[in-house]
Write a protein that binds this ligand. Structure first.
Ligand SMILES: [Zn+2]
Length: 251
């Protein structure tokens, strides 16, 4: 990274530093997750200030100092729903942003993940089934981070999974296991329907914009959410705090 650098990025969070300044965490396209100080941003209601709102996609110019970066200029490429306009979508975006912030290593570029996250935010504005979109995003995110689950063969006996009414997804084994190999039900096993198995396979094969189904059953969506939650807690020891918020939020 040069001392002066330009890149595109997505604001993950910002924290008040003092009366005038903020510390902002940005997922940049070229340098991964960075933190930087934004000076004078809290004094005026400037365009610079609004560019530092959560999930805004920006072009930025920053300066790398000895111990921290200073963001000196930014320009909005795309801003998103204010919290007051659509609390539900805002909550979903916060949930994904928290995950990206926690799971990324600082200053380690990850272009594919950047494009996936940007795409999620762009689609989330108008998608008819935002919950399906968000769960699909998380599923793709885990695969990108190296946790691509086995969805075609039993993770124990390695036989191709036969058509069945339901399957056992075993997070600790990294995928599907057939009913014969099912061990005692542990807390990281979950019974899933044939429909969800096919959906899990499809999500990994196609781009986010191709995943639509406004009529998907609520039970399938909650199974999907449960698998993602188990993944988060098993592999990353992370619980999605926003999920509790969303449960209390009218859709
Ligand atoms: Zn088996």
């Amino acid at each position: 990274m040069n001392r002066l650098f330009r890149t595109e990025g997505i604001v993950l969070k910002s924290i008040k530093l003092n009366e005038a300044d903020k510390i902002v965490t940005i997922f940049t396209k070229d340098f991964g997750r960075i933190k930087g100080i934004v000076k004078g941003v809290r004094k005026t209601k400037s365009q610079f200030g609004s560019s530092m709102e959560n999930f805004t996609i920006i072009k930025l110019l920053a300066f790398k100092g000895k111990s921290f970066n200073t963001i000196s200029q930014s320009e909005i490429i795309q801003s998103f729903f204010p919290q007051s306009k659509d609390l539900f979508r805002y909550g979903l975006a916060i949930q994904c942003t928290e995950m990206v912030d926690r799971l990324l290593v600082e200053e380690d570029p990850y272009l594919e993940l950047y494009e996936l996250f940007k795409n999620l935010l762009l689609l989330l504005k108008d998608e008819q089934n935002p919950v399906l979109l968000v769960e699909s995003f998380k599923w793709k995110l885990f695969a990108l981070l190296g946790y691509q689950p086995e969805l075609n063969r039993c993770t124990s006996c390695h036989h191709l999974v036969k058509k069945d009414e339901y399957y056992i997804f075993d997070i600790s084994r990294g995928g599907i296991c057939c009913l014969q190999c099912q061990r005692e039900t542990g807390s990281f096993q979950i019974r899933i329907s044939d429909y969800l198995l096919r959906l899990l396979q499809r999500v990994l094969m196609v781009d986010l914009e191709k995943i639509h189904n406004k009529d998907i059953e609520q039970t399938v969506l909650s199974e999907f959410g449960k698998i993602n939650d188990l993944f988060l807690s098993y592999h990353f020891e992370m619980e999605s705090r926003s999920r509790h918020f969303l449960k209390s939020c009218p859709q």
